[in-house]
Design a protein around this ligand. Structure first.
Ligand code: FE2
Length: 286
C-alpha cells in the first residue's frame, strides 16, 4: 500500500505521516470504549501514578501485570500528596495499557486487519508481533510531557525491529501536545540507542529501571520538527527515532492510541519489561 516515495521517505526520515488512515466512526468507537473503561475503573483499587519523569513510580507489580490486562494509570498532577484525586476521574487518567488489542473486541477490531498487516509488511516487519496497545489521553490542562526517548528502549530486539503505530484519535496540535521528532534521527550515530528499560529479576520481586547506554544528547529545537496532525492520521515510526511530546496546557484533550510491534524473526530480549504468558500469546495484525 505504500508508494516507492513513501518507502524512501520512511527510510530517510524514520517516520511517515498517513492522513485519513482511520475513519471517523472507527475513531468514535475507540474513543467511546476507552472512556467506558475509565468509567468502569475504580480509582481506589490501587492504580499507579504514571510519570515519565520518574519511572520509579511505576516500577511495581501493576505495570508488569498490565502486560496481559487493561489498566488505567493516573496523570501525575491528578493526585495530591496524599494520593487523593484533585480532578474528576474522567480527567485523571494518563493512559490505559497494555493488552487491549488482544482482550477487547473494539480495540482488537481497530488494531488488526489487512490494511495494517499490509502496511507492516511494507515497512519491513517480518512476522510482526504486537506487544502492546496504549491509549494516551493527554488530558486538558494537566496532560504531562513525555520527554525525549526512543521506543526501542522499551522493546529491545536483536536486531532492533520495534516499530510504532501512533494513531491520532483527536486532532494533535502544537497547543495540545503533538509529537515532535528528529527527521533522520534513527540513522547512523544519531540513532544510537541511548537508554534501555530493563526488568532486573535478580532481587526478590524484580525491579524495573532505565539503564543509560550512551551520553549522546537528545535532539534540540534546531533539529526537531513538530508533527501536528488531524484525527484519523496514523504516524508510523522507527524504534530508534528520537521523539517527544510537550505537556498539554490547552483546554482540549489530545487522545492518541499506539501499537508497538517487533519482528518474530528478531530475538526479543528477556530483559524487556513486557512478556506474555502462554495464556495470552503475542499475535500479529491479522
Ligand atoms: Fe514513544
Amino acid at each position: 500500500m505504500l508508494t516507492p516515495s513513501q518507502r524512501t521517505t520512511y527510510a530517510e526520515q524514520g517516520f511517515l505521516v498517513l492522513p485519513g488512515f482511520k475513519r471517523a466512526d472507527e475513531l468514535a468507537a475507540l474513543s467511546a470504549r476507552a472512556r467506558a473503561l475509565v468509567d468502569d475503573f475504580d480509582p481506589a483499587a490501587g492504580a499507579s501514578r504514571f510519570s515519565t519523569r520518574d519511572r520509579s513510580l511505576v516500577a511495581d507489580e501493576r505495570l508488569l501485570a498490565s502486560a496481559e490486562a487493561m489498566h488505567c494509570f493516573f496523570e501525575e498532577e491528578a493526585l495530591d500528596a496524599d494520593g487523593r484525586l484533585v480532578v474528576p476521574k474522567a480527567r485523571s487518567i494518563n493512559k490505559i495499557g497494555h493488552a487491549m488489542h488482544d482482550l477487547d473486541p473494539v480495540f482488537s477490531a481497530f488494531s488488526k486487519g489487512p490494511a495494517l498487516a499490509a502496511l507492516a509488511a511494507d515497512l519491513g516487519l517480518q512476522q510482526p508481533q504486537v506487544w502492546q496497545s496504549m491509549v494516551i489521553f493527554k488530558q486538558p490542562e494537566i496532560g504531562g510531557e513525555v520527554g525525549w526517548h526512543q521506543d526501542a528502549s522499551f522493546f529491545e530486539t536483536e536486531p532492533i525491529t520495534v516499530t510504532t503505530f501512533w494513531f491520532a484519535i483527536e486532532d494533535a496540535t502544537l497547543d495540545n501536545g503533538c509529537l515532535w521528532a528528529e527527521p533522520g534521527g534513527h540513522r547512523g550515530e544519531r540513532g544510537e540507542l541511548r537508554e534501555r528499560y530493563v526488568h532486573d529479576k535478580s532481587g526478590d520481586r524484580g525491579r524495573l529501571r532505565m539503564e543509560k547506554l550512551s551520553t549522546r544528547p537528545w535532539p534540540s529545537g534546531d533539529t526537531a520538527v513538530p508533527l501536528p496532525v488531524e484525527a484519523g492520521t496514523l504516524i508510523v515510526f522507527h524504534g530508534l527515532l528520537p521523539h517527544y511530546s510537550a505537556p498539554n496546557r490547552s483546554p482540549r484533550s489530545r487522545m492518541a492510541y499506539t501499537l508497538h510491534a517487533t519482528c518474530a524473526t528478531a530475538r526479543y530480549s528477556p530483559r524487556n519489561w513486557l512478556h506474555r504468558s502462554a495464556a495470552l500469546p503475542v499475535r500479529g495484525f491479522q
